[in-house]
Ligand binder design. Structure first.
Ligand SMILES: CC(C)(COP(=O)(O)OP(=O)(O)OC[C@H]1O[C@@H](n2cnc3c(N)ncnc32)[C@H](O)[C@@H]1OP(=O)(O)O)[C@@H](O)C(=O)NCCC(=O)NCCS
Length: 174
């Protein structure tokens, strides 16, 4: 049986291997990675899907803010091991991330992803037309969901990372 739980330090190796498998070794070149590099994820908002002892899925949320000031969370990467897909694991990860973000008082979640998948959770490009990311992104894939209605009204400008820095940034680690 697959369960969703908070990510533990002991999961990190398996999670990295899963991300390499799903997105390839160049995954750190993605634009959204610029908002995650050398940062810690938002407190209490990193999740894994486990099947027995095996990590088969991951989702994290990151603290960001729009140029116009609205605080939000960035969702991603979301990934499920290829042999475990189409069993609802991705949906369970996204729903858990949204539920816990709301419970912790966050106001909006933004992501870069396919509308055909993320629209089922309520993500749309309606409020993201005037915001930018620090790199290239296909506009129709820049999506958001408001956890507090109206939070992203007037959102514009460059999105920046606002999360805590890692003590030992991976970019500088040996
Ligand atoms: C996207 C991903 C996380 C979904 O995980 P999953 O556990 O298979 O998802 P679920 O079982 O909850 O949902 C499966 C449904 O999503 C659909 N789906 C999966 N990936 C999709 C995509 N990129 N675009 C549109 N629909 C997609 C499936 O066709 C299926 O549709 P159905 O419910 O109508 O049968 C997984 O496919 C993955 O890791 N993909 C590679 C990483 C990736 O592309 N991430 C970004 C997604 S835009």
């Amino acid at each position: 049986m697959t369960t969703i739980r908070h990510e533990l330090n002991a999961d990190i190796g398996a999670r990295e291997a899963l991300l390499d498998q799903v997105f390839g070794r160049n995954r750190r070149r993605k634009t959204s990675e610029r908002l995650r590099a050398d940062r810690l994820p938002a407190d209490g908002l990193s999740f894994v899907a486990v099947d027995g002892n095996r990590v088969v899925g991951t989702a994290r949320l990151w603290n960001i803010a729009c140029g116009s000031g609205q605080p939000a969370l960035l969702l991603g990467p979301v990934a499920v091991e290829p042999s475990c897909r189409n069993r609802g694991i991705g949906a369970a990860l996204v729903r858990r991330a949204i539920t816990d973000a709301r419970r912790l008082g966050h106001q909006a979640v933004i992501l870069v992803g396919g509308p055909p998948y993320y629209s089922r959770f309520g993500f749309t490009a309606e409020k993201t037309a005037a915001v930018r990311l620090p790199g290239p992104v296909e506009r129709h894939r820049l999506l958001a969901i408001e956890l507090v209605p109206g939070t992203l009204n007037g959102a514009r400008g460059m999105i920046s990372a606002t999360g805590r820095m890692q003590a030992m940034p991976e970019s500088r680690a040996a």
